[in-house]
Design a protein around this ligand. Structure first.
Ligand code: PHE
Length: 456
């Protein structure tokens, strides 16, 4: 490791508000606006919502708290953090797997973000002005089947987030997310008011809040758990890296609980923005991943002033995607910067170039590579499935084992109470108990069951 980084004080988040903005910015993303509605729409509405919230409380949140604690204690990138606190054993592999997961997620995530960015322009220039889903489907297919458009929009997205990451942790990530997060909430509230005041909005609310458990299978439970990992950005070192930028006096459990609540709230609000409108105009909620890009534009164009609301909605989605992508890109960049001594600029450009390459397989999954399948899935679907339903849960499992057993309860307690300065012993002990005994067992069972290895 080069020593240059130890001469300068390490960059980090400067204020308590900045910590919340950056961490919430990581959690809130296309997961809320794209994945959550599409999964909820295809998995029976409220039943899925209940499973997802349960997984968030018992799985996502405890893993998040563990990661933040590990990161802040080690004050290093994900690979170094686990290596430092678990020396002599290959725990650093958790961080290495995280860097890999960040790549796979970014590979398809930057493409979905690419569609969102492209849609802002399409919506603003009237390219989506139709309430016929057949026509919006043509518009969407035109975008995703065009290799040039798919690639160029993905590069634009990569260049955009690279510029912010190069600016640094406090001057780039913190400053950006502090501005974007309030804007996101305001835009979301505007769209919700529009959706809820449509005649017939009640059916959408019933769908979102009245459970139908007949649609729930083992795969549904795994999908809900995978979403809880994906949503809170846990199981792959993002929160470990962000924890390493937390101030020493930051209340980790309190921050994590706030971020979790904010994130779940935004998912539910996104559901409230989308489903009432979908039902009000007689559309179906189960379009899956294309819900956002085919159904939603048609829905917006069915309402008065819909075109303007649609532009706002896609700007909101782009904002959400940005905070999440920054945190994903920070994982490899921090690693290359601290471990290999690359400057932030070189590390970011190098990572983005490699991503443009790996990501192109996802970008071209509906065009040139549509027939190239691995395990029966296109690259895009494979990256999406493998990260949420495999890498993040496995990563989360090992993070719990590491934090709860190897690093250990005593150290975890010290980090989570700020060496006793916080009076949160009861809640900290509860979380440590969950991290040691409940989360790993649950993740293990849901994973094997969801993959069909065991049958419950
Ligand atoms: N939490 C982000 C979202 O919901 C995605 C993400 C996953 C970000 C993993 C970082 C790490 O969109």
């Amino acid at each position: 490791m080069k020593s240059s980084s130890s001469l300068k004080p390490r960059d980090g988040f400067t204020t308590g508000l900045g910590v919340i903005a950056a961490t919430l910015g990581s959690a809130i993303g296309l997961g809320n606006i794209w994945k959550f509605p599409s999964l909820t729409g295809t998995n029976g509405g409220a039943a899925f919502l209940i499973l997802y919230v349960a997984c968030t409380l018992i799985v996502g949140l405890p893993v998040m708290i563990s990661e933040l604690a590990v990161g802040r204690r080690a004050r290093a990138n994900a690979v170094t953090s686990y290596g430092k606190l678990g020396p002599g054993q290959p725990w650093w592999l958790i961080g290495a797997a995280g860097v890999l997961a960040a790549f796979l997620i970014l590979a398809f995530y930057t493409e979905v973000a690419a569609w969102v960015f492209a849609y802002i322009f399409k919506a603003a220039t009237g390219g989506l002005a139709t309430n016929d889903p057949v026509v919006t489907a043509q518009a969407f297919n035109g975008l995703i089947t065009s290799p040039v458009q798919s690639l160029v929009w993905q590069w634009i997205v990569l260049a955009f987030i690279s510029v912010i990451i190069i600016a640094g942790v406090s001057k780039g990530i913190e400053r950006m997310t502090k501005r974007l997060m309030p804007a996101l909430f305001v835009l979301l509230l505007i769209v919700i008011v529009r959706s809820l005041t449509l005649p017939g909005a009640g059916a959408g609310l019933a769908f979102l809040f009245k459970p139908d458990f007949s649609k729930v299978t083992a795969a549904t439970v795994l999908a809900a758990m995978g979403l809880s990992f994906f949503k809170l950005s846990v199981g792959m070192g993002t929160m470990t890296t962000y924890g390493s930028y937390f101030r020493a006096d930051q209340d980790i459990p309190g921050t994590a609980i706030r971020v979790m609540l904010g994130d779940v709230l935004v998912s539910i609000l996104a559901g409230i923005a989308i489903f009432p409108a979908v039902f009000a105009f007689g559309f179906k909620p189960d379009a899956g991943p294309s819900l956002l890009f085919i159904t939603i534009p048609a829905v917006f164009n069915s309402m008065p002033l819909g075109g303007a609301f649609m532009v706002l909605f896609f700007i909101l989605a782009a904002i959400a995607a940005t905070g999440a992508m920054l945190s994903l890109l920070e994982v490899p960049v921090a690693f290359l910067n601290e471990r290999l001594g690359w400057s932030r600029t070189v590390a970011t450009i190098g990572t983005s170039l490699l991503l443009a390459l790996v990501g192109s397989t996802a970008a071209l999954s509906s065009s040139l590579l549509a027939d190239t399948k691995l395990f029966g899935k296109t690259f895009f679907d494979l990256f999406d499935f493998a990260s949420s339903n495999l890498l993040l849960p496995v990563g989360g499992l090992f993070i719990c084992l590491f934090a709860g057993w190897r690093w250990g309860a005593a150290e975890m307690r010290r980090e989570l109470t700020n060496s006793g300065a916080l009076t949160n012993a009861r809640i900290v002990n509860l979380f440590i108990g969950i991290v040691k005994f409940v989360t790993p067992v649950l993740v293990f069972i849901v994973l094997l069951n969801g993959l069909g290895v065991i049958k419950l």
